[in-house]
Every structure is written in C-alpha cells, then in structure tokens.
Design a protein around this ligand. Structure first.
Ligand SMILES: Cc1cc2nc3c(=O)[nH]c(=O)nc-3n(C[C@H](O)[C@H](O)[C@H](O)COP(=O)(O)O)c2cc1C
Length: 357
C-alpha cells in the first residue's frame, strides 16, 4: 500500500485533475491529444463505453485473484505500461520514473525507443519485468544492434510499432507550437519507417530468437499475416488515436481479431483504457494484457512515481470490485457471457471515463 498518497487520491478522477493542474499546456496537450479531428481517440472510448456488463450473483466471491501472467511471469494485474515517447517532458526521470513505479507496483513496462533516459539507464533504474519497443529508423544492422542491447539489458521481448509508416498530424501540438525535441531528429529515420514491410518481420523472425510483438494491428487481415509470420504477440492498437484519424475503436476490432487468431498468438490491446471496468472488459473479450498509455502519463503527471503507483492501486481496486460484482473470482471464469452491447451514456472522449471532473 502506498500510504502517503492513499489519502490524497481516493479516485482516478482526482489523479487526472492533479495531472491537469500540474502539467504545463504543451506537455498536457502532447499527452492527451490525438491526430487531426481526434475521431479515433473518441472511438476508442466509444467502443468501451458501448459494452455493458451482465453480472452473475450468489457465487461466493470472498476470495478474488486479480493477478495475471505476462510472458509467463506473474504480474499483479493484466496491465502493462504502454510505450510512451518523451515521458521526460511529463515527469523528471522519464522512463526511469515509470520503471520504478512499474517495479514498485508489480506490472510490466514496455519501454519506447524514443524515451529518455534510454534503454540501458531505464533498465538500471528498477528491477522491472520489461520489454522494448522500437520505431524502426535505421537499417537491418541498426535493428539488430537494438535487439542485442535490449537482450543484454534484460528486456524479455521485442516490439515493432507498425502504425507509424507516416508521421501523423497532431493538431494540438501544431497549434500550441509545441516542438518536441525527440521529434526534431526523427525525420532522418522516416524513410526506414515508411519502408517497413512484412519482409522485415520475416527477416526478424529468421534472425532473432526473442518473442516478437507487433504493435499497431487493427484489422483481421493483418492479424492473419502476423500469425503466418510466427509473431508471438499481436498488439491491437491504433496508437491511442494519435496516428490514423477516423479509425475504429480498439475494443471494437478486438473480438473479430481474437476470433481469427484462434489462440495462435497472444493478443494484447490498448486504446482508451482508463478504468478497472475497461480492463475487465478487454479480458472478458479474450485479450491477455491491456496497455495503458495516457493513464500512465496522467499518474506520473499527478505525482511522479508515487502518483503512478497510486493510479495502479486504484485501477486494481476497480478491477477487483468489478470482478466481485460480476460474480467471478478470477479471469478464467470471465468471458463474453459477462458482456452485452449498450449505448454510451456520455459523449465518448478521453474524459468520458472521468465524468465528475
Ligand atoms: C504521449 C504518448 C506518447 C506515445 N509514444 C509512443 C511510442 O513512443 N511508441 C509507441 O509504440 N506508442 C506510443 N504511444 C502510444 C501508446 O503506446 C499506446 O498505444 C496508446 O497511448 C494507448 O492509448 P491510451 O493512451 O488511450 O491508453 C504514445 C502515446 C502517448 C499518449
């Protein structure tokens, strides 16, 4: 228990309010914003807000196990800190702060290749269960070098983010003239990023003996190709609505992808997951792990490392409450039978998860 902040933040709503008041306008807009009209951002929430629960009662839920596994290791929740570039603009220490919170609470961290203090120092910051995410901005030798460095520093799997073939237009950042240092040099790597293809995935699988995660799968067709290429983890994501505008919500495409993958790869998901109920919905649909992006940044923005630990504690409390009220004691008992289609009650957006703000 994280006693000092337990009294300060009783709800996730208060965490979000604290982050909003702490963060300067540039970093706040960077964290919250999406591409162009931010329709994909809203659809992520719309997809989640369109799922209702079907609770079962009288089922003895006096003991609830809300822990899970991640790459065969035990974790406190089926939640992972999603990769966030430029965390150093949100919290002192950047990814190292996130690593400390992840280790303290007991969830894995996926480190972004564009986050300070980098692969080696983040690994040294805490004894985390960690995986590494790469934006491909160099040639094959450059990729291989990152794989070697990641393996040397205890990262257990390697992730290629593939929904960034072209740089998106994030209008909040453009309007705010928020020039991000980590994007200033990104142009040099852009041709590698847009030139990426399934041939690179094939080469990676042939060359490296490390679990491969493909992040940014949003269709059944691409999920099938990932399975055919022997990818271990299909990470369903639209980059939190920060890349292609007018996409579908992640939770809306998740069921058809799960159905087509048929257990031949693990399926992880992110996009709009802000509350314990959201996590439970994803697991009930069949996802193995849920990534949290903005929520992680909000926890760090609210109160640094303890703020993120407190955020995770509150998510855990919400997950346990939902499981108990659904009449299940573990994720194994949870399934689509606990879900039903429904209409959202609030206009969906990032903050529809926090209506009291
Ligand atoms: C500020 C910010 C920076 C991000 N940077 C990266 C990144 O470096 N690499 C990556 O694969 N995804 C990145 N993402 C996307 C997240 O990993 C994740 O897919 C997304 O945030 C999930 O949606 P959510 O924020 O609604 O939880 C970033 C997201 C945010 C909000």
């Amino acid at each position: 228990m994280n006693a000092p902040l337990a009294g300060q933040f009783l709800t996730l709503q208060e965490i979000v309010a604290a982050a909003r008041s702490n963060l300067p306008p540039g970093p706040w807009s960077y964290l919250i914003g999406g591409a162009e009209t931010e329709t994909t951002v809203r659809r992520n929430r719309q997809a989640l807000d369109s799922i209702a629960f079907r609770p079962r009662v009288l089922r003895d839920v006096s003991r609830i196990d809300s822990s899970s596994t991640f790459l065969n290791q035990k974790t406190r929740l089926p939640v992972m800190l999603a990769p966030i570039g430029g965390l150093e603009s949100i919290v002192e220490g950047g990814a190292a702060a996130a690593a400390r919170a992840a280790a303290q609470f007991g969830v894995p961290q996926m480190l972004s290749s564009v986050c300070q203090p980098g692969l080696e120092k983040t690994a040294a910051a805490a004894d985390t269960l960690r995986v590494f995410q790469l934006y491909v901005r160099g040639d094959d030798a450059w990729i291989d070098d990152h794989v070697r460095r990641a393996l040397d520093h205890g990262y257990r799997a390697f992730c290629l983010t593939v929904d960034v073939a072209v740089y998106s237009r994030r209008e909040r950042d453009l309007i705010g003239r928020f020039v991000k240092p980590w994007r200033a040099t990104a142009g040099e790597g852009a041709p590698f990023q847009s030139g990426l293809s399934w041939d690179h995935v094939k080469r990676f699988k042939d060359k490296h003996d490390v679990p491969l995660i493909i992040k940014g799968i949003a269709t059944v067709e691409d999920a099938q190709l990932a399975v055919q290429h022997g990818v271990e983890v299909i990470y369903v994501s639209n980059h939190g609505g920060r890349q292609l505008d007018h996409g579908l919500g992640s939770a809306a495409v998740l069921p058809e992808i799960l159905k087509s993958v048929k257990g031949k790869a693990e399926v992880w998901v992110d996009g709009g997951f802000m509350r314990g109920t959201d996590i439970v919905k994803a697991i009930a649909l069949g996802a193995k792990t849920v990534g949290i992006g903005r929520l992680c940044g909000l926890g760090l923005g609210a109160a640094g490392v303890p703020g993120l630990v407190r955020t995770l504690e509150l998510v855990e409390e919400e997950v346990r409450t939902s499981l108990g009220l659904l009449g299940v004691t573990s994720y194994a008992e949870l399934g689509p039978q606990h879900l039903a289609a429904a209409s959202p009650v609030n206009a969906p957006d990032t903050f529809s998860a926090f209506p009291l703000l």
